[in-house]
Design a binder for this molecule. Structure first.
Ligand code: KIV
Ligand code: ZN
Length: 506
């Protein structure tokens, strides 16, 4: 059995400190419920002294959590903070007080204005004070990432001797390199007496984009708890993203001698929940939970994934609740991807028809960024309408606008294969095009209905036009046409209706 790594979630505390991400108690409770579904080991519910709202949140969250996880409350190394935290946690089934102090030269000299010895005294006093209220006391050595190795070891030795059960080594400013951070943890493992009886935690910020790497280096060196947040929410550039470290441990558990108990299938849901509550959107290329994390758009990758998913995916999207790999159809997609998607939509075509459709698809994809299922269906229907049509559209040029007179130049191939070009004008571009069609087809009719609808979302969507025409004998014919240009769709729809009318007449 590998080492169990505890997942300490601080979305509700460090995550909430992220500018613009503050949450009310109700919202925090919704997230806490999701954290329980994920089976996190510790929930840091807030910083009770900071506001009555935070105090209330810690109290309510701890009631909700019960025995299912440890509920933790943050304090500074100040007696009043600890007393208030203990009060907020008084009915908690598994309470933990998280107290600590800055240990880097800059924190001691510029922020706290204490000497190193005074810093150690305060750290010990805080742990001793917290121990009067709860058994489980976690100590954080703020800015440990920039501290002196020997001094850090002295502080940690003192708080372990004072009864701390967990020692948290934060890289508060996200300054370290992973190798160096790993060496720091190893230094504590080798130099603090009794450290094997306490849990070493890592809490890494993302200022250099390395929070996940730092946390993994910490685990490799002996840490048994990772502090993290959903989506990597947190101060400045954020905290360690839970979904990233948990999946990294899942992938490399044997090398790291580590596992977690997290239900990874909740990741995408949790990510969306936190994003919608905090209003902090998740970048599309975010690892594990971003919209593109399992999307493939280049032809080479699509071909590989369709042959075997793991050629380009290290994680099964279902394992993180992301459903299935996505094949995004764009101008870079190949035959294989188009065929696969059409088959998923229930269409099967021979190679020749598929080649024709691929050409139409590329024409469309050149105009649109992404081709959706509805676009494909529309393309297929368009090809069906064109197959066997008496008259087919070969070209259309329109000139219109203010103060021009709308004119249409239409080229159509007739049933004998002859190409005819005519010109006409009208009250608008559609009227001009329809008059030109009437010139060539000579099919008496009355246009009863005309409607246009976009096939998909976006301003580059295909427009689908439906028309209903009444023949001289009273029979009604419907026609449809789709194209990125709605005058072309309109003309295709009208031709489609008149082709039906003429076929019947024949
Ligand atoms: O980043 C940090 O050092 C913290 C501590 C309070 C644990 O958030
Ligand atoms: Zn932090």
């Amino acid at each position: 059995m590998t080492r169990k790594i505890d997942i300490f979630d601080t979305t509700l505390r460090d995550g909430e400190q992220s500018p613009g991400a503050s949450m009310n108690t109700e919202e925090k409770l919704v997230i806490a419920r999701e954290l329980l579904r994920m089976h996190v080991d510790v929930i840091e519910a807030g910083f009770p002294i900071s506001s009555p709202g935070d105090f209330e949140s810690v109290r309510k969250i701890s009631e909700l959590v019960g025995y299912d996880a440890v509920t933790c409350a943050l304090t500074r190394a100040i007696e009043k903070d600890i007393v208030v935290a203990a009060d907020a946690l008084q009915f908690t089934k598994r309470p933990r007080i998280h107290t600590g102090i800055g240990v880097s030269e800059s924190h001691m000299r510029d922020k706290l204005r204490v000497t190193p010895d005074e810093c150690i005294e305060r750290a010990v006093a805080a742990v001793t004070c917290a121990k009067r209220y709860v058994d489980d006391v976690q100590f954080y050595a703020e800015d440990a990432g920039r501290s002196d190795y020997d001094f850090l070891a002295r502080v940690i030795q003192a708080v372990v001797d004072a009864g701390a059960t967990v020692v948290n080594i934060p890289d508060t400013t996200g300054y370290s390199l992973p190798d160096e951070f790993g060496r720091r943890i190893k230094y504590l493992v080798d130099n603090v007496r009794g450290i094997e009886d306490v849990i070493i935690a890592v809490h890494c910020h993302n200022d250099l984009g390395m929070a996940t790497a730092l946390a993994m280096a910490g685990v490799a060196a002996g840490a048994r708890q990772i502090e993290c947040t959903i989506n990597g929410l947190g101060e400045r550039a954020g905290n360690t993203a839970m979904e990233e470290v948990v999946m990294a441990i899942r992938m490399h558990g044997a090398e790291l001698d580590a596992h977690t108990d997290i239900n990874t299938r909740e990741f995408v849901k949790a990510s969306r929940l936190v994003s919608s509550i905090t209003g902090m959107s998740v970048q599309a290329n975010k690892a594990i939970v971003g919209a593109n994390a399992f999307a493939h758009s280049s032809g080479i990758h699509q071909d590989g994934v369709l042959k075997k998913r793991d050629t380009y995916e290290i994680i099964d999207p279902a394992d993180v609740g992301a459903g299935e790999s996505q094949i995004v159809l764009t101008a870079r997609s190949g035959h294989a991807a188009l065929k696969h998607r059409l088959e998923e939509l229930g269409y099967e075509f021979d190679e020749q028809k598929l080649d024709e459709l691929y050409e139409a698809f590329l024409n469309l994809a050149d105009k649109k960024k992404e081709v959706y299922d509805e676009d494909l269906e529309s393309l297929v229907n368009e090809r069906d309408r064109e197959d066997g049509a008496l008259f087919s559209l070969e070209g259309l040029q329109i000139s219109c606008g203010f103060p021009l007179k709308p004119t249409a130049t239409l080229t159509v191939k007739d049933p004998e294969g002859q190409v005819v070009t005519v010109c006409d004008w009208g009250t608008g571009p559609v009227d001009a095009a329809y008059k030109a069609v009437n010139q060539v087809l000579g099919a008496d009719n009355d246009l009863m209905e005309y409607s246009v609808q976009s096939v998909t979302r976006g301003i580059d969507a295909l427009g689908e036009v439906t028309v209903r025409v009444k023949a001289a004998n009273g029979e009604i014919y419907t026609g449809r046409g789709a194209d990125g240009d709605i005058i072309v769709s309109s003309t295709k729809a009208y031709l489609n209706a008149l082709n039906r009318l003429l076929s019947d007449r024949r």
